[in-house]
Design a protein around this ligand. Structure first.
Ligand code: PEP
Ligand code: MG
Length: 588
């Protein structure tokens, strides 16, 4: 039966495919298709790992039986029995075989998929004791996965396949159907993994429009919906679903009529993309001749080609923290960072690259498994520059790497989340210190322009102080909105209050732009607002001439720029700014 689940629209487009349900803790499992000829080997990998776990548990059992009856804990013996029983359960073995044989999933993916299927059956059990055995099943599967990790697959994941026209595949029930991911939650690091994966779209139960998970989805340019509450409970493994990333809905088990309608929309979307791609080489100049700089936000050095392909004039924000995440606390050293920054700089072929120093914390934990649940307000805690200044040696490692990368091209260094004069002084002192360290070592480094992010209201209200120290400012509207309105950007339950057009937000943005222009300093917006076509004219009217966004947004924003006349927009923008309800004056 067809039903619809509503969430928040975060990344445009339509995806149609079969649902793959994944528990976030197992996201680091690789997802790729194997060649049909490798099916027996892949099934064998699971069999070998499963047998190894059976051996392991049987040895434990023997150890227990050699203890005296009073020493061997009864619960442990019973638990091992349950685990052994689950391991040998036919439903697990035959289900895993099914996913490998019929869908050509790699072994790990097949196992986690079957785990979800059986997990559901446990959830539906009346008996509480049996329901709770789901946790045992998960432990057993994790043991098998660990064994498989030890004996790595002889098949490495193939490179991501080009996007297919999903309409062609709609009713084709072979292994080649597109897959969409449905999960309760995905960390930004999980999302990065998906850049390499096979999924055509995704839906999560939690998350807000500017949560970092949503941001990475946008950068991947695949349809996505977040904040869909209980989506992962309502959808079953392998259900057909449509993800409408424009409307923020997921349609489960669609009828043929609905499928045909969305297939049509999908084709329309592809035509629109093709039409926009003709603007790639057109300079972004308004009708009245104002030049506008359109820059790219990237997460990894490998994103540079996509930025260039979209016609970006540089990188306005390289979120360097993605180099630091999901590494079980082992931070990248100077050489590794230098190589990464250098690749980004060289990848941009002489265009400027703005590298932001690490911004971890809040919804971007270094390691999702070790999220900061201890502090009540991690978004107000040791985040971004505060985290860097708390460990100056680590901070200078990053600074030295960035300074060295500046030998290879134009580098701008951007510092996130500054609010206090003392933080500015400390950050600048660390930069001087890093230069001195490189001098002592006789290592070459290049010139950099220095910028600060304006993303805390206190910073927006002290722009003059910032401009005494920095060459340029970059307005991070994602956090500026979050901190001005006291709305957690990652919390779907307050997403309706996350309002870029709140008069207070607009005032802070407008005054920052105006002060920079008055002092002849560069100013850019690099939050999601810069890539939102509905905000382009307003920002142009407020005097903004530099926008940094995901490469996938650049052409749509360019189209808006080409259709705008800033002379006409300036007066209207002031009226919007002075209105109690600015959204009233925005074109619908
Ligand atoms: C912002 O806050 O607007 C920004 C660009 O930084 P991030 O989204 O990485 O917090
Ligand atoms: Mg920010």
């Amino acid at each position: 039966m067809t039903f619809t689940v509503h969430g928040l629209a975060v990344a445009r487009g339509i995806a149609i495919g079969r649902a793959v349900l994944v528990a976030s803790s197992r996201i680091d499992v690789a997802h790729y298709f194997i060649d049909a000829s490798r099916v027996p080997e892949e099934i064998d990998r699971i069999r070998v790992a499963r047998n190894a776990v059976v051996d392991e548990l049987q040895r434990l059992q023997q150890g227990l039986s050699q203890m005296g009856p009073n020493d061997a804990p009864q619960e442990l013996t019973a638990l091992l029995d349950v685990h052994l029983m689950l391991l040998q359960d036919e439903a697990l073995t035959s289900g895993v075989k099914h996913w490998v044989t019929e869908r050509l999933y790699n072994a790990e993916w097949a196992l986690t998929t079957q785990l979800e299927v059986i997990g559901r059956q446990f959830d539906e059990m009346e008996d509480e004791y049996l329901r709770e055995r789901k946790a045992d099943l998960e432990q057993v599967a994790e043991r098998i996965l660990r064994h498989m990790k030890g004996a790595a697959s002889p098949v490495s994941p193939p490179p991501p396949s080009p996007r297919r026209n999903q309409q062609e595949l709609l009713l084709d029930d072979t292994v080649d159907v597109p897959l969409v991911l449905v999960a309760h939650d995905l960390s930004p690091a999980d999302m990065l993994q998906f850049k390499q994966s096979v999924f055509a779209g995704f839906v999560t139960d939690v998350g807000g429009k500017t949560s970092h998970t949503a941001i990475v989805a946008r950068s991947m340019d695949i349809p996505a919906v977040v904040g869909a509450r209980s989506a992962s409970q309502l959808v079953r493994q392998d259900d057909w679903v449509i993800i409408d990333g424009d409307a923020g809905v997921m349609i489960v088990d669609p009828s043929p009529i609905i499928l045909a309608e969305y297939g049509f929309k999908q084709r329309q979307g592809e035509l629109e993309r093709q039409r926009l791609s003709r603007l790639r080489h057109t300079p972004a100049v308004t009708m009245d001749g104002e030049k506008v700089e359109l820059l790219a936000n990237i997460e990894m050095p490998d994103d540079a080609p996509a930025a260039l392909a979209a016609g970006a004039l540089g990188v306005g924000l390289f979120r360097s923290e993605f180099l630091f995440m999901g590494r079980q606390g082992k931070l990248p050293g100077e050489e590794e960072q230098y190589q990464a920054y250098r690749r980004a700089v060289e990848g941009m072929q002489g265009l400027p690259v703005t590298i932001r120093t690490v911004d971890v914390g809040a919804d971007k934990p270094l390691d999702y498994a070790h999220r900061d649940d201890a502090h009540l307000n991690p978004a107000l805690g040791l985040r971004a520059i505060r985290w860097s200044l708390a460990d100056p040696a680590m901070f200078r490692t990053q600074l030295r790497a960035i300074l060295r990368a500046a030998v290879h091209g134009k580098v701008k260094l951007l510092i996130p989340m500054l609010a206090h004069g003392s933080e500015i002084r400390q950050a600048l002192a660390q930069i001087d210190h890093a230069r001195a360290e490189l001098d002592n070592l006789g290592m070459a480094y290049g010139p950099i322009q220095l910028g600060a992010m304006i993303e805390i209201p206190a910073a927006a209200l002290s722009v003059r102080m910032f401009l005494k120290h920095f060459d340029f400012l970059s307005i991070g509207t994602n956090d500026l909105i979050q901190y001005t309105l006291a709305i957690d950007r990652a919390d779907e339950s307050v997403a309706h209050l996350y309002d870029p057009l709140h008069p207070a937000v607009l005032k802070l943005v407008a005054e920052t732009i105006a002060e920079c222009r008055a002092q002849g300093k560069e100013v850019s917006v690099c939050g999601e607002m810069a890539g939102d076509v509905s905000a382009t004219r307003l920002l142009l009217g407020l005097g903004l001439r530099s926008f940094s966004m995901h490469p996938s947004q650049i052409l749509a924003i360019k189209q808006e720029v080409l259709r705008s006349d800033t002379r006409k927009l300036a007066g209207w923008a002031q009226a919007v700014l002075n209105d109690d309800e600015p959204s009233r004056l925005m074109p619908s």
